[in-house]
Design a protein around this ligand. Sequence first.
Ligand code: ADP
Length: 528
Amino acid sequence: MFNLTVDNLDLLSVAIAITAIGILGFLIFFNNRKSITNRTFLYFSLLTIIWGISNYLEYKFSTPFSALWALRVHLFISVFHAFFFFQLCYVFPVEVKRFNFLYKFFVLPLTLITAILTLTPLVFENITELAPIGQVTNPTRGPAIFLFIFVAIGLLLTGLGVLFIKIFKSKDIEKRQTIFVFIGMLLTAFLIVMFNVVLPVTFNDLRFIPYAALFLFPLITFISYTIYKHKLFNIKVAATAILAFFITTFSFINIIFSKELNAVILNITAFTIILIGSIRLIRDMLRLEIANEKLRELDRQKSEFVSFASHQLRSPLTAMKGYASLIVEGDYGPISDDLKSAVSRILESSNTLATVVNDYLNISRIELGTVKYNFKEVDERALVQTVIDELRPTIKTAGLKLSFEVFSNDSYKVLADPDQLKQVITNIIDNSIKYTPQGSVSVSIERKDSKILLSVKDTGIGIAKETIPLLFEKFSRAKGADEVNIRGTGLGLYIAKEIIIAHGGKIWVESEGEGKGSQFYVELNVKA
Ligand code: ADP
């Protein structure tokens, strides 16, 4: 098993913390590269990673000179780490931020000066006694250490203060997010300051420095929790990120426990490839997600446009239909046969157009989710009878026979929107008439326990096996449909399916094949 010594426990904590914060950083960055908050979070994460590594390295050197410089470099990085901590609080959660005068002419220069001083003897003078590798060396501190402490803690506290005020200025989700980010930042800052600054400087207690990476966990946890809680990322992206985190951490652990140089090199290569791969995977998933989101939006806009346009087309069409029908019926006086036949065609075409426009309107409503169902108790048997009566003239013109069979005298009451259900029944019986050049259409209704089954059988053109699964999709028309009925849109059955699904029922079709007739079925629940 693993030989976990204190020596690699610290490395392990660094590994887990930096992979977690790294993945979180890239995840947030790729989600919205343009936002200054997201970008700052990435910079903060990257600095945290560098800081974690330099913190680990500061007690791994064996000569006073290298140890002194490791400490100085670590402090140098710490200044920027604190600065980006502040910066994140300062810009959170906006996308664009203008930096004010104080920021440009006080905070920024002070940070830079302090950072440069950390590299001079003014902060760490020298090392009188070198600790063995694995333990932190206590250097002789110069006067400017207090400037460092002042600036580092100042940046943290100002950052936290700014963020705290933002809690009160924000509302709803943003408020809750700010609270979570604030708590995470507060805990992390507190732990780092206590164990990495206060204890070492005031009590000379350096024991906790190797575990500094662990102090990042409150921040990581709270930010991840906010993301999860407010579903800021799609579940697939989040799952990928978590998986990437585990795989990357695991490959890091492999490096820690490799005994030979060969193995170390191999595992470092594997780790690098996995890390880059994970980041790219997350980026690609996010891109896909953003593209999908845009497509959904476009689709919605399209539906809205179709809905609007169809709506606008309806009134002129009604006028055209109305006047054409008045002319044909002779309300404007006698007309010649030629004129009558021409106006009849106008009437016929306007009727077809009205059906098409209605179908488009229905579809756009379905897609926008704005269909309103007015459910009430409906006698399905009576409704079928009404539809058949209305279609009688069409059946007669088509020269077909039509029968209606009711299997028993049970109740055929269903809970339905009468208009919508009527539309479905009309559509399937009308289709049977349209797609049956000769023969008959037999309608039957049957009650089976708590279900009512309506079936419409015809001796028409039938449907090829491979077309059946596609028939209820938008704009789907079977191969030979045009020869029998040129005016179809392929929308009726799609709308019918959506309506029946909304009624908690089922609709399907069976056919032995082309030329062998079709049977359409609609199954609904009996009203309790
Ligand atoms: P439309 O009839 O306007 O084309 P529908 O959505 O109502 O649109 O029908 C889709 C397709 O299903 C039709 O184009 C036709 O190919 C096929 N279809 C529907 N009903 C029948 C039927 N009773 N017999 C054979 N084919 C049918």
